[in-house]
Write a protein that binds this ligand. Structure first.
Ligand SMILES: Cc1cc2nc3c(=O)[nH]c(=O)nc-3n(C[C@H](O)[C@H](O)[C@H](O)COP(=O)(O)O)c2cc1C
Length: 170
């Protein structure tokens, strides 16, 4: 497990190569084992492969341009009829996606959607309209996936600042 945790980096350049369907399935299954508040599992995952849709989604925020060229883009959506703590539930699911993707040899990157309103339209509303997501479902983030086309060093244990760990109080 620590290997995948250290290896996972935010990858923003991808090979123009399709992902294996079975790998996408495995990655989404890993997401669906994530913990969720009250065990509500409020998630839905929209798998986007169509180029024109990825292009439009990459314009949702100023920090999403790499989504256009990622082979697969996952949009993480929470059912607000079920969710009690949707931000946390969806963020943990996103981390499961990224770690499982790393373990299978893919690169990934988290793209913030909730609360992103740097563009004319709020990013969540823009995506809701584009993908026809009902109003009682919220979009937390997107995760790009694909074979990496950039070299990034794995994290190392030297990065850890032990002063951040406190025992029995501050
Ligand atoms: C809550 C959150 C929001 C992020 N939003 C974006 C984003 O919108 N676009 C992007 O390219 N990266 C985004 N990132 C990725 C971070 O920039 C990245 O994790 C950070 O720089 C550390 O690098 P590493 O992931 O390679 O360890 C986000 C990460 C998190 C956890």
């Amino acid at each position: 497990m620590i290997d995948a945790i250290l290896k996972r980096r935010s990858i923003r350049k991808y090979e123009d190569k399709e992902m294996l369907e079975e790998d996408i399935k495995e990655i989404l299954e890993a997401a669906m084992y994530a913990p969720s508040a009250w065990g509500t599992r409020p998630w839905h995952f929209i798998v986007v492969k169509k180029s024109e849709l990825k292009q439009k989604l990459s314009e949702a925020t100023p920090y999403a341009s790499h989504a256009a060229k990622a082979p697969v883009l996952i949009v993480l959506v929470a059912d607000m009829n079920l969710a009690k703590k949707w931000v946390e539930d969806m963020s943990i699911a996103a981390d499961h996606i990224m770690l499982q993707a790393t373990d299978l040899g893919y690169g990934s990157c988290f793209i913030q959607i909730r609360g992103s309103n740097e563009k004319v339209q709020d990013a969540q509303e823009y995506i809701r309209e584009l993908l026809k997501i009902p109003s009682d479902f919220n979009v937390e983030c997107m995760v790009t996936l694909g074979k990496t086309a950039e070299e990034k060093d794995a994290h190392t244990r030297k990065e850890i600042d032990k002063r951040r760990i406190h025992l029995n109080g501050w």
